[in-house]
Ligand binder design. Structure first.
Ligand SMILES: C[S@@+](CC[C@H](N)C(=O)[O-])C[C@H]1O[C@@H](n2cnc3c(N)ncnc32)[C@H](O)[C@@H]1O
Length: 467
């Protein structure tokens, strides 16, 4: 029995009514049935079950690992069950997914993976499926993941389908990532990227300028001048984070915000706008930067509940920042040429943050890209109309998909050949980062970060100015 296994039993039960497996199962059910986000739900469920240390780590790996490889396990479950997964009771299917991950993706001994997981069906009032779940898990347990994967690959010739099967990504995402890397002539990095997408990211913190310093937070990150690595455990428990002087934030997101705030020196009195601010991560960093330089930030967000999160994020930094609830596509009529710096961190497929949002790759589909690209183009046109001549606009996405990034910028530049000019984001970032970023060559001086190269989310950053 592994130490994790030992911890995942009597100890947990003595302290709370929910075991790590039950917590993972509840989160999986909420993701499948209510479209919940695992990364938002799991921390609450862990706290409620009072799981800490090895128990919390086991529940976390079980939840995120299962969700990340869900499509892979579904294929294996369908083979082992001899039926399409659509024909399997949804509760039993989630139990099977959890069992498959313990058997194929974790070093859980088969007897515990099968026995304790089958037990979940009883607790979930799906006892009638117990025999079926037990039989399927026993079939799965007869081979290891490599053998199952080889079986799934038999007869599949399309290279992206094959990579999708081997690395638990939908084929359309593999194709999109391949074409994004190909823009930089770095298609050969595709396997590294797919592997990086499956590794849990290290949690990083941002020290909000004027309120805390990266040195005070802990080990500094490689690139961001305001970044630090979070120690193991709950980052929110760090005293500097607890008072709002630092926040959890991906290093790539920090660099995206700084690319705007540090694109050029700040003149006191500048007006800044964050068009799509919810839930407020970049707005908090921008607000701290604006305050230090004498600029004034306005944050905007379409969804009222997310605007409330922005208000909360800004409370410790600068409670005077105005948070508006408006459609970012309407800036032309409401705020023409009003702002000196604008961040458009556009809604996107999130293909650059797959490590962080475990279920996302199976939830989004290729058909989502077109409508999102149309929204991004409309938001960018609108943001441009609110930019003062000579101002700086940062177009940012946490997706490297060409349709959401370079294609959107190309279309805008084609519409405005005379008055919109790209600024070199790579040069700006080179002046900000603590060590060089190894960025690939993209048109218009755009910067594309990558999980496998920089260890950040795959943020796309384009800086533009208006004559
Ligand atoms: C990628 S997120 C922004 C993340 C944020 N900048 C941060 O760092 O925390 C995009 C946001 O845009 C918002 N949004 C979507 N459509 C919008 C619109 N038409 N106008 C303004 N905001 C919109 C979404 O609700 C979402 O909160």
């Amino acid at each position: 029995m592994t130490s994790r296994e030992q911890s995942d039993g009597s100890k947990a039960r003595a302290r709370s009514t929910a075991t790590p497996r039950q917590v993972a199962f509840d989160v999986l059910r909420a993701v499948a049935a209510d479209d919940a986000y695992a990364n938002l739900l799991l921390p609450t469920r862990l706290r409620r079950a009072r799981l800490t240390g090895a128990d919390a780590a086991f529940a976390t790996e079980l939840t995120y690992g299962t969700l990340r490889r869900r499509g892979h396990y579904d294929r294996i479950i369908a083979r082992a069950a001899g039926r399409d997964i659509a024909a399997i009771d949804p509760v039993a299917l989630d139990v099977l997914r959890l069992g498959a991950h313990q058997l194929l993706g974790m070093s859980t001994p088969a007897h515990a993976a099968v026995g304790e997981t089958v037990e979940l069906t009883r607790r979930a009032r799906a006892a009638r499926t117990t025999g079926f779940v037990n039989a399927v898990l026993r079939t799965i347990s007869r081979d290891d993941d490599a053998t199952w994967t080889a079986r799934l690959l038999e007869g599949v010739t399309d290279p992206d389908e094959r990579k999708g099967i081997a690395h638990a990504h939908p084929a359309w995402i593999v194709r999109a990532l391949r074409s994004a890397l190909a823009r930089e002539g770095r298609e050969s990095e595709l396997d590294d990227l797919l592997v990086a997408d499956n590794a849990p990211p290290r949690v990083t913190l941002v020290a909000l300028p004027g309120l805390s310093t990266a040195e005070a937070l802990g080990d500094r990150t490689r690139f961001s001048p305001v970044g630090a690595r979070s120690a193991a455990g709950d980052p929110a428990a760090h005293p500097i984070v607890a008072v709002g002087a630092a926040r959890v934030q991906d290093e790539g997101s920090q660099l995206a915000a700084l690319a705007l705030s540090r694109a050029r020196p700040i003149t006191a009195g500048e007006r800044w706008l964050d068009v799509c601010a919810g839930p407020g991560g970049k707005a908090a960093l921008l607000a701290a930067e604006a305050r230090a330089g004498g600029a004034m930030l306005t944050a905007n967000e379409l969804v009222p509940a997310r605007a409330e999160l922005v208000r909360r994020a800004l409370r410790a930094v600068d409670p005077t920042v105005e948070v508006r609830v408006e459609d970012g596509r309407d800036l032309a009529s409401r705020h023409p040429r009003e702002f000196d710096r604008i961040l458009l961190d556009a809604p996107c497929t999130g293909l650059g943050a797959l490590r962080r949002r475990p279920e996302a790759r199976w939830r989004k589909g290729e058909n989502d890209v077109g409508p999102l690209a149309a929204l991004q183009a409309a938001l960018l046109r609108s943001a441009l109309s609110a930019l003062r001549p000579g101002g700086v606009l940062a177009y940012v996405t946490c997706s490297p998909h060409p349709d959401e990034t370079t294609a959107i910028v190309d279309a805008l530049l084609a519409e405005h050949p005379a008055d919109v000019v790209p600024l070199d984001a790579r040069t700006v970032l080179a002046g900000i980062t603590r060590t060089p970023l190894d960025l690939g060559e993209l048109p218009n001086g755009a910067a594309q970060l990558w999980p496998h190269r920089q260890g950040t989310d795959a943020m796309f950053i384009q800086l533009l100015t208006r004559r």
